[in-house]
Design a protein around this ligand. Structure first.
Ligand code: ADP
Length: 596
């Protein structure tokens, strides 16, 4: 709908009200004046009729009709009035303007009828006798006992009064028109005095909206408009202050975000970029000027990062993922995404923190390659040394006791070195696969049984009984040889770090969201302070004992790697003297299936 200007809304209504008021006043004035004129005329005619009545009374009583007519003629000529005497039978017996015997029946004239009825009669009408508009006043001439003798009528033409009234009408119209025009001009001035300041305030408000908060609305003539202008000025001042505070805060936040070592990327729920700090732009190879409010897909071309952002927005949870961004150069990025919330704790998007770990990963690869190469290089000589020492220790040689002892030491140490190299090779193989291993759905029970079988010899030496409880149909996505190796490491540890004749129990169960495998022993147990570091490479609680028992300090580290490669977790619960329980949790295959 087209909006009207306030000016054009107010002005017609003001004009209408003024016009109606002027018309009503003019009409009322005209009406009052004409009434006044007619009343005065009526009174004048009545006086003339009364005068005639007093003079004509004796002639009427004596029925001297000629004298009556003569009196009418004389007085009529003198007073410029038409006088008529009408008898009760309606017959005119005297008239100043015509001869009575020629006059028609007059008893039907309204004023005569009333006068013959004993009242004063008044009427205005066109007279055929005088050929003009006349006012008639008739009064009854009565005897002492109120008997009507005749009606005495006086009449005057209305022409003068009509002319007077016409002049008055013209004057009233002219005055009304002048008043109307003046009122219209006054209305325009008044309406302008309302609308002009409002227009000015509208302009000022637009300037405020455009960011010019220094403009001020001047004082106004009316109290209400002045208050409105003052309120707008205060609002502008407050807005200016608030915006300055906000921009200060934004600058501080930008400074903090820019000086961060990590890349920070904030997107709204529709995946539009809210903020991207300098490091994020560098990592993603984006020009910081091009990003404002752009869709992430338009700015960042890495589909794996786009998927990650979608996943964070969809899951509304904190997620972490290692991503490889393949552009001009290949970058390894560690990402962590969490839900971005507003002051009312409502989700408004996602916050992604990016860490460029390309250099770290490169160093890790170099280290892992180095370990693999060194282990590989050491493996051949140590195998050869071990072979020769074992040959020298065989019964075919007759050694001095000291030489035999030294050879046994060399054999034991080279065996240990061999075990360390084997573990190092296993670890580096796991690392080189980037934590990814081939998996297929397999039953868990045979894997546990096979692991127990491999540990039986060592357990048998200490008379330790190994039991297993596992649902026969429990199957999950695993790399069976690797999981078997993890279980072997844990069972061997349980045997190693237990006194003879104890028991080891392996319990597997399917839980709501995962599959849990418990490896429980009745061994020496561990102090709480060791539990967090147990899975580190070469971490041993009691180095001497571990060495004596043939430990490399790498067993649990290998277990942790294998479980991580299965996207699972491992933790330990232990109490000194009461034994330890290692708990592996692996993703529940049934849940995964339902998620897909
Ligand atoms: P190691 O080859 O020395 O056994 P691991 O990485 O397998 O190396 O284990 C690290 C350390 O954790 C061990 O030295 C031992 O002190 C402790 N440990 C491992 N398993 C057990 C267990 N079941 N009971 C008590 N201590 C254990």
């Amino acid at each position: 709908m087209k909006k009207k200007h306030l000016f054009w809304l107010l002005l017609p209504s003001y004009w209408l009200v003024t016009a109606v008021a002027i018309i009503v006043v003019a009409y009322y004035a005209y009406h009052s004046m004409s009434n006044l004129f007619f009343q005065a005329l009526e009174k004048d005619i009545f006086t003339r009729a009364t005068l005639l009545s007093s003079q004509v009374a004796p002639w009427v009583e004596q029925k001297e009709y000629a004298a009556i007519d003569t009196l009418c003629n004389e007085l009529g000529a003198a007073a410029e009035t038409r006088f008529t005497i009408v008898m009760p039978d309606g017959k005119a017996v005297g008239d100043s303007d015509s001869r009575p015997e020629l006059m028609e029946y007059h008893g039907d004239r309204p004023e005569i009828r009333q006068a013959l009825g004993g009242q004063i009669g008044v009427d205005k009408r066109y007279s055929r006798t005088s050929k003009q508009e006349m006012m008639y006043v008739a009064i009854p001439l009565q005897t002492a006992n109120h008997e009507t003798l005749c009606a005495v009528r006086a009449s005057l033409p209305l022409t003068d009064i009509q002319a007077e009234l016409n002049t008055m009408t013209v004057r009233v119209i002219v005055v009304s028109l002048i008043t109307g025009i003046l009122s219209m001009v006054v209305c325009i001035v008044v309406v302008r005095r309302i609308t002009d300041p409002l227009r000015g305030m509208g302009r000022a408000a637009r300037q405020f909206a455009g960011g010019d908060f220094h403009h001020r609305i001047p004082a106004q003539h009316t109290l209400e408009l002045d208050q409105l202008g003052e309120s707008l000025n205060i609002m502008a001042e407050q807005l200016n202050k608030t915006l300055s505070t906000l921009s200060e805060q934004r600058n501080e936040q930008n400074a903090v975000l820019s000086s961060m070592d990590e890349g920070v990327l904030a997107v709204d729920r529709r995946e539009r970029i809210i903020h991207m700090n300098r490091i994020a732009c560098e990592i993603l190879g984006v020009d910081s000027k091009e990003i404002k409010r752009q869709l992430i897909q338009q700015v960042v071309r890495f589909s794996n990062l786009q998927e990650f952002i979608k996943a964070v927005l969809g899951s509304q949870k904190t997620l972490s993922r290692d991503l490889t961004l393949i552009g001009d150069t290949e970058k390894q990025i560690q990402t962590r995404g969490s839900v971005l919330k507003d002051a009312e704790d409502k989700s408004i998007g996602a916050l992604i923190v990016l860490r460029d770990v390309t250099h770290i990963r490169h160093l890790e690869t170099v280290r892992s390659d180095f370990v693999a190469n060194v282990s590989h290089e050491l493996k051949t000589p140590i195998t050869s040394i071990k072979g020769f020492v074992e040959t020298l220790l065989s019964d075919d040689w007759n050694h001095e006791p000291d030489i035999l002892r030294f050879l046994e030491i060399i054999n034991q140490q080279s065996g240990r070195l061999n075990a360390i190299i084997d573990d190092l090779l296993t670890l580096s193989r796991l690392e080189q696969k980037g934590g990814l291993v081939m998996k297929e759905t397999a039953k868990l029970a045979p894997v546990i049984e096979s692991a127990i079988y491999l540990c039986q010899l060592q357990a048998g030496k200490k008379n330790i009984k190994i039991d297993a409880v596992c649902p026969a149909d429990l199957a999950l996505s695993i790399n069976a040889p690797l999981l078997e190796q993890a279980l072997v490491n844990l069972i061997i540890n349980a045997v190693k770090y237990s006194d003879p004749d104890k028991k080891v129990l392996i319990l597997a169960e399917q839980q709501a969201e995962q599959v849990a495998i418990y490896i429980k022993d009745e061994g020496f147990g561990l102090e709480r302070k060791h539990l967090d570091r147990l899975f580190e490479r070469f971490y041993r609680v009691d180095t001497a004992r571990s060495r004596k028992l043939g430990g490399t300090g790498l067993g649990l580290s290998i277990v942790k790697h294998i479980i991580s490669a299965h996207e699972g977790h491992i933790r330990v619960e232990s109490k000194v003297g009461a034994g330890s329980t290692f708990i592996i949790t692996l993703p529940n295959p049934n849940k995964e299936a339902s998620d897909d």
